[in-house]
Ligand binder design. Structure first.
Ligand code: 13P
Length: 336
């Protein structure tokens, strides 16, 4: 078993999942302003430190994806963030892409940037204690999108990124996110997501990436958020498992879903059903941002000194997600 494979399995062992706390300063500012908290560096670390020191961290969270600012910050208690995470039994990860920009040749689509100078940045992050990384490609669905150009160029960038990350002995999270915005059907989401994921693995293999040391972070199969033909959670789970079974090579050890704008409970219930229907060898867990943090953030915003109360909200959410990653979640447990 390779070292990278061990790290990937460690992050996702026993129903543990990933906390995606890697919002850029711009995104974090939007999140904080939405709950009327001023977005200062101090408040950003304060909220994150509140989550990172919660009981649910050590019980449920195998890895935390950080943003450049956070991995270099000290907590209010004076500790380096990767050190704190390691003491909590969790592994530090880092978002290394520099964001999605307009794609030349198809201006309504995006290409993710960040390859220039990446090898040096990876060394720096590894020295700071990161053991895994994230890069997000983003695709929108409509009649003509995602175009072949966007599918091809984002897969190419994801593969070049993953190869550099493994060269630096870290585990790459490969995240091709097909957005739920729009009025497309679940069937369209299934077809496009399958095409996107297959292309990613074609490029990963071409770039000689060791698939046993990769975590895939995909979207679930859903109808567009403005579609009149929503499907049931059971259908979402069945279609998601079918898509991944057909598109992901069996060497990949783990899949950690993004929540993508689903509510906390919907993201939990869908993950639970996915695990009930999972007849593959892939671990199917979570790498949620909003679906782990939304309620905790709302609670914290009412009184940012209420560490215990905020942690209780986060602990509940993390516990529900970890139960779902084992197919053991239920509505009764959720509400009691
Ligand atoms: P959400 O779970 O909020 O979609 O965030 C996950 C993520 O890291 C997106 O890149």
């Amino acid at each position: 078993m390779s070292e990278l494979n061990k790290v990937a399995l460690k992050i996702l062992e026993n129903g543990k999942g990933i906390l995606a706390a890697d919002e850029s300063t711009g995104t974090m500012t939007k999140r904080l302003e939405s709950v009327k908290v001023k977005s200062t560096a101090e408040n950003r670390i304060k909220f994150r430190e509140t989550l990172f020191t919660a009981k649910g961290m050590s019980e449920c969270i195998g890895g935390v994806i950080l943003y450049d600012e956070t991995i270099k910050q000290k907590t209010n208690a004076g500790k380096e963030v990767p050190k704190l995470l390691s003491e909590m039994g969790s592994i530090a990860g880092i978002k290394v892409d520099t964001g999605a920009k307009q794609l030349a040749g198809s201006p309504n689509e995006k290409i993710t940037e960040g390859l220039d100078g990446l090898r040096d940045r990876l060394k720096e992050y590894s020295n700071l204690g990161a053991q895994f990384t994230k890069w997000r490609g983003v695709y929108n669905i409509s009649k003509e999108y995602p175009s072949r150009l966007s599918i091809h160029s984002n897969a190419h960038a994801l593969a070049r990124y993953a190869a550099l990350v493994q060269e630096c002995d870290m585990v790459p999270i490969v995240e091709p996110e097909v957005l739920m915005d729009g009025d497309h059907s679940a069937d369209d989401c299934f077809k496009k997501t399958s095409e996107v994921i297959k292309k990613c693995f074609e490029e990963l293999l071409l770039h000689k990436v060791d698939l046993t040391g990769v975590i895939l972070k995909p979207n679930m199969i859903l109808a567009g958020s403005e579609s009149n033909n929503q499907i049931s959670n059971e259908e979402t789970a069945k279609l998601t498992v079918k898509c991944l079974k057909e598109s992901v090579p069996s060497e990949v050890p783990g899949i950690a879903f993004l929540s993508g704008g689903q509510s906390e409970v919907q993201a939990t219930e869908n993950l639970n059903l996915i695990n009930k229907f999972n007849d593959t060898n892939f671990i199917m867990s979570y790498s949620y941002g909003r679906a782990l943090q939304q309620s905790a953030l709302k609670h914290w915003a009412k009184d940012i000194s209420d560490v215990e109360g905020t942690q209780a909200v986060f602990d509940h959410r993390a516990k529900m997600c970890t139960l779902a990653a084992q197919g053991k979640w239920s509505k009764d447990i959720e509400n009691n």
